[in-house]
Ligand binder design. Sequence first.
Ligand SMILES: *Cc1c(COP(=O)(O)O)cnc(C)c1O
Length: 474
Amino acid sequence: MARQTLPVRRTSAQHHAVTGEQAELLRVGTDTLQRADPELAALLDAEVSQQNSTLAMIASASVADPSVLAVGGAALSNVTAEGYPGARYHPGAQQFDAVENLAVERAKSLFGARYANVQPHSCSSANLAVLSALMRPGDTLLGLDLDAGGHLTHGSRASVSGRHYNAVAYGLDEHGYIDFAQVEALAEEHRPQVIIAGASAYPRTVDFARFRAIADGVGAYLLADISHIAGLVAAGLHPSPVDVAHLTTTSTYKQLGGPRGGLILSGRDFEAPGPNGRTPLHKLMQRAVFPQSQGTPSPASIAAKARAFAVAARPAFRETAELIVRDAQALAHELSSLGYRILTGGTDNHMVLIDVSDVGLTGVTAERALERCGILANRNRIPGDTKPPLVTSGLRLGTNILAQRGMRPEQMRECAQLMHTVLAGTRLDSDTEYLIDPALVATVREEVRWLCSRHPLPIDTTASVPVSLIGVGS
Ligand SMILES: *Cc1c(COP(=O)(O)O)cnc(C)c1O
Protein backbone atom coordinates (compact mmCIF):
# COMPACT_ATOMS: atom_id res chain seq x y z
CA MET A 1 0.00 0.00 0.00
CA ALA A 2 1.35 3.39 -0.93
CA ARG A 3 2.13 5.43 2.14
CA GLN A 4 1.50 9.12 2.12
CA THR A 5 3.95 11.21 3.99
CA LEU A 6 2.15 13.05 6.72
CA PRO A 7 2.64 16.79 6.50
CA VAL A 8 4.16 16.80 9.98
CA ARG A 9 7.35 15.32 8.52
CA ARG A 10 9.36 18.25 7.29
CA THR A 11 12.86 18.77 6.05
CA SER A 12 15.20 20.35 8.55
CA ALA A 13 15.28 23.53 6.46
CA GLN A 14 11.57 23.97 7.06
CA HIS A 15 11.77 23.02 10.69
CA HIS A 16 12.34 26.49 12.12
CA ALA A 17 9.00 27.62 10.68
CA VAL A 18 6.87 24.72 11.85
CA THR A 19 3.49 26.10 12.77
CA GLY A 20 0.01 25.37 11.61
CA GLU A 21 0.67 21.65 11.27
CA GLN A 22 -2.85 20.87 12.38
CA ALA A 23 -4.29 23.27 9.81
CA GLU A 24 -2.22 21.64 7.08
CA LEU A 25 -3.46 18.22 8.11
CA LEU A 26 -7.06 19.42 7.92
CA ARG A 27 -6.45 20.93 4.49
CA VAL A 28 -4.86 17.72 3.20
CA GLY A 29 -7.76 15.77 4.67
CA THR A 30 -10.31 17.98 2.98
CA ASP A 31 -8.51 17.83 -0.37
CA THR A 32 -8.20 14.07 -0.16
CA LEU A 33 -11.85 13.67 0.71
CA GLN A 34 -12.91 15.72 -2.29
CA ARG A 35 -10.67 13.81 -4.65
CA ALA A 36 -11.01 10.32 -3.27
CA ASP A 37 -14.57 10.26 -2.01
CA PRO A 38 -16.69 12.71 -3.99
CA GLU A 39 -19.89 10.96 -2.96
CA LEU A 40 -19.37 11.64 0.74
CA ALA A 41 -17.86 15.07 0.11
CA ALA A 42 -20.94 16.06 -1.90
CA LEU A 43 -23.24 15.01 0.91
CA LEU A 44 -21.30 17.12 3.38
CA ASP A 45 -21.32 20.11 1.02
CA ALA A 46 -25.06 19.71 0.51
CA GLU A 47 -25.47 19.82 4.27
CA VAL A 48 -23.70 23.18 4.46
CA SER A 49 -25.93 24.54 1.67
CA GLN A 50 -29.00 23.26 3.44
CA GLN A 51 -27.98 24.86 6.72
CA ASN A 52 -27.37 28.10 4.86
CA SER A 53 -30.72 28.15 3.10
CA THR A 54 -33.18 26.81 5.70
CA LEU A 55 -34.79 28.50 8.63
CA ALA A 56 -33.74 26.19 11.46
CA MET A 57 -35.91 26.58 14.54
CA ILE A 58 -34.90 23.33 16.19
CA ALA A 59 -34.77 24.35 19.84
CA SER A 60 -31.94 21.97 20.68
CA ALA A 61 -29.72 23.07 17.81
CA SER A 62 -27.23 25.87 17.34
CA VAL A 63 -24.41 26.60 14.92
CA ALA A 64 -20.88 25.85 16.09
CA ASP A 65 -18.17 28.36 15.30
CA PRO A 66 -16.02 27.04 12.40
CA SER A 67 -13.03 26.97 14.76
CA VAL A 68 -14.95 24.58 17.02
CA LEU A 69 -15.67 22.32 14.04
CA ALA A 70 -12.01 22.45 13.01
CA VAL A 71 -10.77 21.51 16.48
CA GLY A 72 -13.19 18.57 16.47
CA GLY A 73 -11.26 17.21 13.50
CA ALA A 74 -7.86 17.54 15.17
CA ALA A 75 -5.17 14.85 15.04
CA LEU A 76 -5.54 14.79 18.82
CA SER A 77 -8.31 12.33 17.99
CA ASN A 78 -5.54 9.76 17.32
CA VAL A 79 -4.63 9.73 21.01
CA THR A 80 -6.01 6.86 23.05
CA ALA A 81 -5.65 7.48 26.75
CA GLU A 82 -8.05 6.31 29.41
CA GLY A 83 -8.11 8.09 32.73
CA TYR A 84 -7.63 11.72 33.67
CA PRO A 85 -4.80 14.26 33.17
CA GLY A 86 -1.73 13.13 35.06
CA ALA A 87 -3.29 9.72 35.70
CA ARG A 88 -3.68 8.09 32.30
CA TYR A 89 -3.53 4.42 31.58
CA HIS A 90 -1.56 5.03 28.38
CA PRO A 91 1.59 6.99 27.50
CA GLY A 92 1.85 9.89 25.07
CA ALA A 93 -0.89 12.08 26.48
CA GLN A 94 1.09 15.26 27.27
CA GLN A 95 -0.83 17.48 24.86
CA PHE A 96 -4.10 15.80 25.66
CA ASP A 97 -3.52 16.34 29.38
CA ALA A 98 -2.91 20.03 28.77
CA VAL A 99 -5.97 20.26 26.51
CA GLU A 100 -8.22 18.51 29.01
CA ASN A 101 -6.97 20.72 31.84
CA LEU A 102 -7.66 23.74 29.68
CA ALA A 103 -11.20 22.51 28.93
CA VAL A 104 -11.84 21.87 32.63
CA GLU A 105 -10.53 25.29 33.70
CA ARG A 106 -12.47 27.07 30.95
CA ALA A 107 -15.67 25.23 31.90
CA LYS A 108 -15.19 26.18 35.54
CA SER A 109 -14.47 29.78 34.63
CA LEU A 110 -17.43 30.07 32.22
CA PHE A 111 -19.94 28.68 34.72
CA GLY A 112 -18.34 29.80 37.97
CA ALA A 113 -18.00 26.14 38.99
CA ARG A 114 -15.60 24.50 41.44
CA TYR A 115 -15.54 21.19 39.61
CA ALA A 116 -15.96 20.16 35.98
CA ASN A 117 -15.76 16.85 34.14
CA VAL A 118 -15.47 17.33 30.39
CA GLN A 119 -15.34 13.66 29.42
CA PRO A 120 -19.03 12.67 29.10
CA HIS A 121 -19.77 11.76 25.48
CA SER A 122 -23.24 13.28 25.80
CA CYS A 123 -25.57 14.77 28.38
CA SER A 124 -27.41 11.45 28.46
CA SER A 125 -24.13 9.78 29.48
CA ALA A 126 -23.52 12.53 32.02
CA ASN A 127 -26.97 12.07 33.55
CA LEU A 128 -26.63 8.30 33.74
CA ALA A 129 -23.18 8.65 35.30
CA VAL A 130 -24.53 11.03 37.95
CA LEU A 131 -27.54 8.83 38.71
CA SER A 132 -25.47 5.66 38.94
CA ALA A 133 -23.10 7.37 41.38
CA LEU A 134 -25.85 8.69 43.64
CA MET A 135 -28.37 5.84 43.52
CA ARG A 136 -28.54 2.09 43.82
CA PRO A 137 -30.81 0.14 41.47
CA GLY A 138 -34.34 0.39 42.84
CA ASP A 139 -33.76 3.74 44.55
CA THR A 140 -36.23 6.53 43.84
CA LEU A 141 -35.80 9.29 41.28
CA LEU A 142 -38.10 12.30 40.91
CA GLY A 143 -38.05 14.03 37.54
CA LEU A 144 -40.24 15.99 35.14
CA ASP A 145 -42.63 13.79 33.18
CA LEU A 146 -41.58 13.22 29.57
CA ASP A 147 -44.97 14.45 28.32
CA ALA A 148 -44.61 17.61 30.37
CA GLY A 149 -41.25 18.43 28.75
CA GLY A 150 -38.85 16.22 30.69
CA HIS A 151 -35.99 14.23 29.15
CA LEU A 152 -35.78 10.47 28.60
CA THR A 153 -32.95 10.24 31.14
CA HIS A 154 -35.09 11.85 33.86
CA GLY A 155 -36.93 8.60 34.59
CA SER A 156 -38.80 7.67 31.40
CA ARG A 157 -39.64 3.99 31.05
CA ALA A 158 -38.03 4.13 27.60
CA SER A 159 -34.66 4.81 29.27
CA VAL A 160 -32.64 2.82 31.80
CA SER A 161 -33.28 5.74 34.16
CA GLY A 162 -36.90 4.58 34.37
CA ARG A 163 -36.12 0.88 34.49
CA HIS A 164 -33.27 0.61 36.98
CA TYR A 165 -34.75 3.18 39.31
CA ASN A 166 -38.14 3.68 40.83
CA ALA A 167 -38.98 6.75 38.77
CA VAL A 168 -41.67 9.13 39.97
CA ALA A 169 -42.71 12.04 37.76
CA TYR A 170 -43.95 15.53 38.52
CA GLY A 171 -45.80 17.63 35.99
CA LEU A 172 -47.16 21.05 35.19
CA ASP A 173 -49.97 23.11 36.66
CA GLU A 174 -52.96 24.32 34.63
CA HIS A 175 -50.94 27.30 33.33
CA GLY A 176 -48.16 25.06 32.04
CA TYR A 177 -45.68 25.98 34.79
CA ILE A 178 -43.85 23.42 36.96
CA ASP A 179 -46.25 22.33 39.68
CA PHE A 180 -44.13 22.89 42.79
CA ALA A 181 -46.90 21.85 45.13
CA GLN A 182 -46.84 18.48 43.38
CA VAL A 183 -43.03 18.30 43.43
CA GLU A 184 -43.09 18.86 47.16
CA ALA A 185 -45.92 16.40 47.82
CA LEU A 186 -44.27 13.67 45.70
CA ALA A 187 -40.90 14.29 47.36
CA GLU A 188 -42.44 13.89 50.80
CA GLU A 189 -44.40 10.83 49.82
CA HIS A 190 -41.65 8.96 47.93
CA ARG A 191 -38.47 10.30 49.63
CA PRO A 192 -36.36 10.22 46.41
CA GLN A 193 -32.57 9.90 46.54
CA VAL A 194 -32.30 12.30 43.59
CA ILE A 195 -34.52 15.05 42.22
CA ILE A 196 -33.88 16.30 38.69
CA ALA A 197 -34.69 19.87 37.69
CA GLY A 198 -34.49 20.63 34.00
CA ALA A 199 -36.35 20.05 30.77
CA SER A 200 -36.23 19.54 27.03
CA ALA A 201 -39.43 21.40 26.32
CA TYR A 202 -40.17 24.09 28.89
CA PRO A 203 -40.31 27.76 27.92
CA ARG A 204 -40.10 29.26 31.40
CA THR A 205 -37.40 30.04 33.95
CA VAL A 206 -36.61 27.09 36.21
CA ASP A 207 -36.57 28.01 39.89
CA PHE A 208 -33.61 25.90 40.97
CA ALA A 209 -33.60 27.37 44.49
CA ARG A 210 -37.12 26.14 45.06
CA PHE A 211 -36.11 22.66 43.92
CA ARG A 212 -33.14 22.75 46.27
CA ALA A 213 -35.32 23.66 49.23
CA ILE A 214 -37.56 20.68 48.46
CA ALA A 215 -34.54 18.39 47.99
CA ASP A 216 -33.07 19.53 51.33
CA GLY A 217 -36.41 18.90 53.01
CA VAL A 218 -36.26 15.21 52.13
CA GLY A 219 -32.48 14.68 52.09
CA ALA A 220 -32.29 14.25 48.31
CA TYR A 221 -29.52 15.29 45.95
CA LEU A 222 -30.54 17.87 43.38
CA LEU A 223 -29.34 17.39 39.81
CA ALA A 224 -29.91 20.38 37.52
CA ASP A 225 -29.93 19.48 33.82
CA ILE A 226 -29.37 22.67 31.80
CA SER A 227 -28.85 20.94 28.46
CA HIS A 228 -31.20 23.34 26.66
CA ILE A 229 -30.43 26.59 28.46
CA ALA A 230 -26.69 26.29 29.09
CA GLY A 231 -25.98 29.24 26.82
CA LEU A 232 -28.39 31.49 28.70
CA VAL A 233 -26.92 30.32 32.01
CA ALA A 234 -23.36 30.98 30.80
CA ALA A 235 -24.42 34.43 29.61
CA GLY A 236 -26.09 35.24 32.94
CA LEU A 237 -29.56 35.39 31.38
CA HIS A 238 -31.02 32.48 33.33
CA PRO A 239 -30.36 31.90 37.05
CA SER A 240 -27.44 29.53 37.35
CA PRO A 241 -27.97 26.26 39.21
CA VAL A 242 -24.25 25.61 39.60
CA ASP A 243 -24.09 26.77 43.23
CA VAL A 244 -27.68 25.77 43.94
CA ALA A 245 -27.87 22.15 42.80
CA HIS A 246 -25.42 19.51 44.03
CA LEU A 247 -24.56 18.72 40.43
CA THR A 248 -25.32 20.28 37.07
CA THR A 249 -25.19 18.54 33.70
CA THR A 250 -25.44 19.84 30.17
CA SER A 251 -24.96 18.95 26.53
CA THR A 252 -22.22 20.97 24.87
CA TYR A 253 -23.70 21.05 21.36
CA LYS A 254 -27.05 22.68 22.06
CA GLN A 255 -27.11 26.33 23.10
CA LEU A 256 -23.39 26.28 24.00
CA GLY A 257 -22.45 25.96 20.32
CA GLY A 258 -19.85 23.30 21.05
CA PRO A 259 -19.17 19.80 19.76
CA ARG A 260 -21.35 16.76 20.48
CA GLY A 261 -20.75 15.94 24.11
CA GLY A 262 -21.68 16.45 27.72
CA LEU A 263 -20.37 18.18 30.81
CA ILE A 264 -20.77 17.70 34.57
CA LEU A 265 -20.36 20.70 36.87
CA SER A 266 -20.48 21.30 40.58
CA GLY A 267 -20.27 24.49 42.58
CA ARG A 268 -20.61 25.16 46.28
CA ASP A 269 -21.35 21.51 47.04
CA PHE A 270 -18.52 19.93 45.10
CA GLU A 271 -17.02 18.53 48.32
CA ALA A 272 -20.35 17.55 49.89
CA PRO A 273 -20.40 13.88 50.85
CA GLY A 274 -21.87 11.26 48.54
CA PRO A 275 -24.42 8.67 49.66
CA ASN A 276 -21.83 6.77 51.73
CA GLY A 277 -21.42 9.89 53.90
CA ARG A 278 -17.70 10.17 53.07
CA THR A 279 -16.63 10.34 49.45
CA PRO A 280 -16.97 13.91 48.17
CA LEU A 281 -19.15 14.47 45.13
CA HIS A 282 -16.28 15.56 42.88
CA LYS A 283 -14.44 12.30 43.51
CA LEU A 284 -17.59 10.30 42.97
CA MET A 285 -18.15 12.03 39.64
CA GLN A 286 -14.63 11.35 38.40
CA ARG A 287 -15.19 7.63 38.95
CA ALA A 288 -18.79 7.75 37.76
CA VAL A 289 -17.65 8.82 34.29
CA PHE A 290 -14.49 6.70 34.10
CA PRO A 291 -14.33 3.78 34.69
CA GLN A 292 -17.92 3.26 35.80
CA SER A 293 -19.78 4.33 32.68
CA GLN A 294 -17.34 5.29 29.93
CA GLY A 295 -14.05 4.06 28.52
CA THR A 296 -11.64 6.23 26.58
CA PRO A 297 -12.46 9.91 26.37
CA SER A 298 -12.76 11.66 23.01
CA PRO A 299 -9.70 13.96 22.94
CA ALA A 300 -10.64 16.06 19.92
CA SER A 301 -14.16 16.59 21.27
CA ILE A 302 -12.68 17.71 24.57
CA ALA A 303 -10.46 20.15 22.67
CA ALA A 304 -13.52 21.40 20.78
CA LYS A 305 -15.30 21.88 24.11
CA ALA A 306 -12.33 23.97 25.31
CA ARG A 307 -12.66 26.08 22.18
CA ALA A 308 -16.44 26.44 22.55
CA PHE A 309 -16.12 27.52 26.20
CA ALA A 310 -13.74 30.29 25.08
CA VAL A 311 -16.18 31.42 22.38
CA ALA A 312 -19.02 31.38 24.93
CA ALA A 313 -17.03 33.59 27.31
CA ARG A 314 -16.88 36.44 24.78
CA PRO A 315 -19.17 39.47 25.04
CA ALA A 316 -20.50 38.65 21.56
CA PHE A 317 -21.92 35.39 22.91
CA ARG A 318 -23.84 37.26 25.56
CA GLU A 319 -25.19 39.68 22.97
CA THR A 320 -26.42 36.78 20.88
CA ALA A 321 -27.94 35.14 23.98
CA GLU A 322 -29.88 38.34 24.70
CA LEU A 323 -31.12 38.37 21.13
CA ILE A 324 -32.14 34.70 21.40
CA VAL A 325 -34.53 35.55 24.24
CA ARG A 326 -35.86 38.73 22.64
CA ASP A 327 -36.45 36.86 19.39
CA ALA A 328 -38.27 34.03 21.15
CA GLN A 329 -40.52 36.51 22.92
CA ALA A 330 -41.21 38.32 19.66
CA LEU A 331 -41.90 35.03 17.86
CA ALA A 332 -44.34 33.97 20.58
CA HIS A 333 -46.05 37.35 20.37
CA GLU A 334 -46.38 37.24 16.57
CA LEU A 335 -47.69 33.68 16.51
CA SER A 336 -50.13 34.50 19.25
CA SER A 337 -51.40 37.50 17.23
CA LEU A 338 -51.92 35.13 14.32
CA GLY A 339 -54.20 33.02 16.52
CA TYR A 340 -51.90 30.23 17.71
CA ARG A 341 -52.13 28.95 21.26
CA ILE A 342 -48.72 29.44 22.89
CA LEU A 343 -48.08 27.17 25.85
CA THR A 344 -47.74 29.23 29.07
CA GLY A 345 -48.66 32.25 26.93
CA GLY A 346 -45.07 33.17 26.12
CA THR A 347 -41.46 32.38 26.94
CA ASP A 348 -38.53 33.33 29.18
CA ASN A 349 -35.91 31.45 27.18
CA HIS A 350 -35.17 30.41 23.59
CA MET A 351 -38.17 28.15 23.23
CA VAL A 352 -41.73 28.62 22.02
CA LEU A 353 -44.20 25.75 22.30
CA ILE A 354 -47.37 25.87 20.26
CA ASP A 355 -50.47 23.72 20.11
CA VAL A 356 -51.26 22.94 16.47
CA SER A 357 -54.35 20.84 17.22
CA ASP A 358 -56.22 24.15 17.55
CA VAL A 359 -55.57 24.86 13.87
CA GLY A 360 -56.60 21.35 12.85
CA LEU A 361 -53.14 19.82 12.45
CA THR A 362 -50.98 17.27 14.21
CA GLY A 363 -47.39 17.90 15.25
CA VAL A 364 -45.97 15.56 12.63
CA THR A 365 -47.96 17.00 9.71
CA ALA A 366 -47.06 20.53 10.74
CA GLU A 367 -43.40 19.50 10.99
CA ARG A 368 -43.43 17.88 7.55
CA ALA A 369 -45.30 20.66 5.77
CA LEU A 370 -42.91 23.23 7.23
CA GLU A 371 -39.88 21.14 6.32
CA ARG A 372 -40.98 21.01 2.68
CA CYS A 373 -40.93 24.80 2.73
CA GLY A 374 -37.47 25.02 4.30
CA ILE A 375 -38.60 25.70 7.87
CA LEU A 376 -37.33 23.27 10.49
CA ALA A 377 -39.23 22.82 13.76
CA ASN A 378 -39.98 19.57 15.50
CA ARG A 379 -43.16 17.96 16.73
CA ASN A 380 -43.55 17.80 20.46
CA ARG A 381 -45.97 16.25 22.89
CA ILE A 382 -47.85 18.80 24.94
CA PRO A 383 -49.55 18.40 28.33
CA GLY A 384 -52.69 16.31 27.98
CA ASP A 385 -51.68 15.24 24.47
CA THR A 386 -54.02 12.61 23.02
CA LYS A 387 -51.72 11.76 20.08
CA PRO A 388 -48.91 9.19 20.23
CA PRO A 389 -45.25 10.34 20.48
CA LEU A 390 -44.62 10.01 16.73
CA VAL A 391 -47.70 12.13 15.94
CA THR A 392 -48.19 14.65 18.80
CA SER A 393 -50.25 17.85 18.94
CA GLY A 394 -47.48 20.36 19.48
CA LEU A 395 -44.60 22.05 17.77
CA ARG A 396 -41.42 23.17 19.52
CA LEU A 397 -39.62 26.21 18.14
CA GLY A 398 -36.31 27.70 19.16
CA THR A 399 -34.51 30.90 18.23
CA ASN A 400 -30.85 29.95 18.84
CA ILE A 401 -29.91 29.79 15.18
CA LEU A 402 -32.16 32.66 14.07
CA ALA A 403 -30.39 34.95 16.54
CA GLN A 404 -26.98 33.57 15.58
CA ARG A 405 -27.82 34.61 12.01
CA GLY A 406 -28.42 38.12 13.30
CA MET A 407 -32.20 37.97 12.88
CA ARG A 408 -33.91 40.40 15.21
CA PRO A 409 -37.45 40.74 16.56
CA GLU A 410 -38.42 42.51 13.28
CA GLN A 411 -37.56 39.35 11.39
CA MET A 412 -39.58 37.22 13.82
CA ARG A 413 -42.69 38.77 12.30
CA GLU A 414 -41.51 37.52 8.91
CA CYS A 415 -40.73 34.07 10.33
CA ALA A 416 -44.13 33.84 12.02
CA GLN A 417 -45.88 34.94 8.82
CA LEU A 418 -44.05 32.34 6.76
CA MET A 419 -44.96 29.62 9.26
CA HIS A 420 -48.56 30.77 9.27
CA THR A 421 -48.75 30.75 5.46
CA VAL A 422 -47.64 27.12 5.50
CA LEU A 423 -49.77 25.94 8.41
CA ALA A 424 -52.89 27.76 7.20
CA GLY A 425 -52.35 26.20 3.75
CA THR A 426 -51.98 22.66 5.11
CA ARG A 427 -54.97 20.35 5.39
CA LEU A 428 -54.98 17.16 7.37
CA ASP A 429 -55.64 13.96 5.41
CA SER A 430 -54.96 11.66 8.36
CA ASP A 431 -52.94 12.03 11.57
CA THR A 432 -49.74 11.65 9.57
CA GLU A 433 -50.74 12.66 6.01
CA TYR A 434 -51.40 16.17 4.77
CA LEU A 435 -52.24 18.09 1.64
CA ILE A 436 -50.60 21.33 0.56
CA ASP A 437 -50.60 23.29 -2.70
CA PRO A 438 -47.20 22.80 -4.43
CA ALA A 439 -47.32 26.40 -5.67
CA LEU A 440 -47.55 27.58 -2.06
CA VAL A 441 -44.57 25.39 -1.14
CA ALA A 442 -42.52 26.90 -3.95
CA THR A 443 -43.41 30.46 -2.97
CA VAL A 444 -42.58 30.01 0.70
CA ARG A 445 -39.40 28.08 -0.09
CA GLU A 446 -38.25 31.03 -2.19
CA GLU A 447 -39.06 33.53 0.55
CA VAL A 448 -37.20 31.41 3.10
CA ARG A 449 -34.16 31.34 0.81
CA TRP A 450 -34.30 35.11 0.45
CA LEU A 451 -34.61 35.67 4.19
CA CYS A 452 -31.68 33.31 4.84
CA SER A 453 -29.52 34.94 2.19
CA ARG A 454 -30.00 38.27 3.95
CA HIS A 455 -28.93 36.65 7.24
CA PRO A 456 -26.08 34.28 6.46
CA LEU A 457 -24.79 31.85 9.07
CA PRO A 458 -22.14 33.55 11.20
CA ILE A 459 -18.47 33.11 10.43
CA ASP A 460 -16.61 35.15 13.00
CA THR A 461 -12.91 35.27 12.18
CA THR A 462 -12.18 37.63 15.06
CA ALA A 463 -13.26 35.26 17.83
CA SER A 464 -10.06 35.33 19.88
CA VAL A 465 -9.84 33.92 23.39
CA PRO A 466 -11.08 36.46 25.97
CA VAL A 467 -8.34 37.95 28.13
CA SER A 468 -10.01 36.44 31.21
CA LEU A 469 -9.32 32.94 29.88
CA ILE A 470 -5.76 33.36 28.63
CA GLY A 471 -3.36 31.28 30.67
CA VAL A 472 -6.19 29.48 32.39
CA GLY A 473 -5.34 25.82 32.79
CA SER A 474 -1.63 26.17 32.10
C1 LIG B 1 -31.02 16.93 24.91
C2 LIG B 1 -31.14 16.69 26.35
C3 LIG B 1 -30.37 15.70 26.98
C4 LIG B 1 -29.53 14.72 26.24
O1 LIG B 1 -28.48 15.29 25.62
P1 LIG B 1 -27.53 14.45 24.65
O2 LIG B 1 -26.25 15.21 24.77
O3 LIG B 1 -28.18 14.52 23.32
O4 LIG B 1 -27.45 13.07 25.18
C5 LIG B 1 -30.44 15.60 28.36
N1 LIG B 1 -31.24 16.40 29.08
C6 LIG B 1 -32.01 17.34 28.49
C7 LIG B 1 -32.87 18.20 29.35
C8 LIG B 1 -31.99 17.51 27.11
O5 LIG B 1 -32.78 18.41 26.53
